[in-house]
Write a new protein. Structure first.
Length: 114
């Protein structure tokens, strides 16, 4: 009995360190507005839904182009498919307010949660 109690005390901190931290797949859900980026103009909005759908409103030259597609998150990779084109980006930062992604060419997009 005493040994079991000691094991619980030793293991509890290890179990609790991961508690409360949302996964990237959970954190990305919602609307994100481009603050700055080399691939998307500021003011563009991407909406990631729980069911893996993606809606993008890209603003450029006073026009807004709407596109739809799908996405999935695998650890630090964001895989999107829009208009038949699939792209894999690396998630550099993702928290409750900021999303920064980088493509394979090193170009980044910084977004803020709406």
């Amino acid at each position: 009995m005493r040994t079991a109690g000691v094991l619980v005390l030793l293991c509890a901190p290890l179990l609790l360190t991961g508690c409360g931290r949302k996964s990237n797949a959970e954190l990305i859900v919602g609307k994100w507005e481009v603050a700055k980026g080399e691939r998307a103009p500021a003011g563009s909005v991407a909406e990631f839904t729980k069911d893996g759908k993606l809606k993008v409103n890209r603003k450029a030259f006073g026009q807004t182009k709407s596109m739809e597609g799908t996405y999935k998150v695998e650890e630090d990779k964001l895989i999107t498919t829009i208009e038949g084109e699939t792209e894999t980006d690396t998630i550099k930062t993702l928290n409750a307010t900021t999303l920064i992604i980088e493509d394979s060419r090193g170009k980044t997009i910084e977004m803020k949660k709406k």
